[in-house]
Design a protein around this ligand. Structure first.
Ligand code: G6P
Ligand code: MG
Length: 216
């Protein structure tokens, strides 16, 4: 049993489900390039940075591009994505996420966001929960992708809490691994079969409680 003093949350798939917007934007790009992009392909991109996602998609399509072309393609995809998320509302917060953040804060726990997305701040503002985080570490502040623990270690540092006293909430395998690699506890959001390395797996933050935290 450990003493949890801080909770670090991934964004996509934990607090909001933006995967559908990423899917639509990547699919549009792939189709313009002349190949298809399926929901299964999209699954493989969860928690993967924009640049690396594009590398994978081009590889799947069997296409080679120069660095300058790749930059243009990533920007094109992001412009479509940003247009879609600009319509997001607080109604899109996943069940129990806001309530659990408030429960944690009322119990004196620190809260941080730890996401690979460079659009994190925009999304937090659209869904009106930015004020519920003591620190936000996003894709603009990290250089090493999950499963490297950088994003979560920076979160712990910003909160001034030792990694051993932090718990990370993650829906991606690489994210769970990043938490463990950083010496933190990991709560998986999703299926226990997929997130088998996590200390606990729940289907959503609506299943979380302070009691469950205390048992980690
Ligand atoms: C999250 C999502 C990924 C996405 C990445 C970068 O980790 O799960 O699907 O590619 O963020 O997002 P961005 O908003 O910076 O393109
Ligand atoms: Mg995620």
């Amino acid at each position: 049993m450990s003493i949890i003093k801080a909770c670090i949350f991934d964004l996509d798939g934990v607090i909001v489900d933006t995967a559908v917007y990423h899917y639509k934007a990547w699919k549009r790009l792939a189709n313009e390039l002349g190949f298809d992009f399926t929901e299964d392909d999209n699954e493989k991109l969860k928690g993967v940075s924009r640049t690396h996602s594009l590398e994978l998609i081009l590889q799947w399509g069997g296409i080679t591009k120069t660095e300058a072309e790749k930059e243009e393609l990533a920007t094109r995809k992001n412009d479509w994505y940003v247009e879609m998320i600009s319509h997001m509302t607080p109604a899109e917060i996943l069940p129990g996420a806001k309530e659990f953040l408030i429960t944690c804060r009322n119990a004196g726990l620190k809260t941080a966001l730890g996401s690979a997305s460079k659009n994190s701040i925009t999304i937090l503002n659209k869904i009106d929960i930015a004020h519920l985080f003591d620190a936000v570490i996003d894709g603009n502040k990290v250089s090493k992708p999950k499963p490297d623990p950088e994003v979560f270690l920076k979160g712990a540092e910003a909160l001034n809490v030792a990694p051993v006293n932090c718990v990370v909430f993650e829906d991606a395998i690489a994210g769970v691994e990043a938490a463990i690699n950083g010496g933190m506890k990991a709560v998986g959001i999703g299926s226990p079969d997929v997130l088998s390395e996590a200390n606990l797996v729940v289907s959503g933050l609506n299943e979380m409680s302070l009691e469950k935290l205390s048992l980690l």
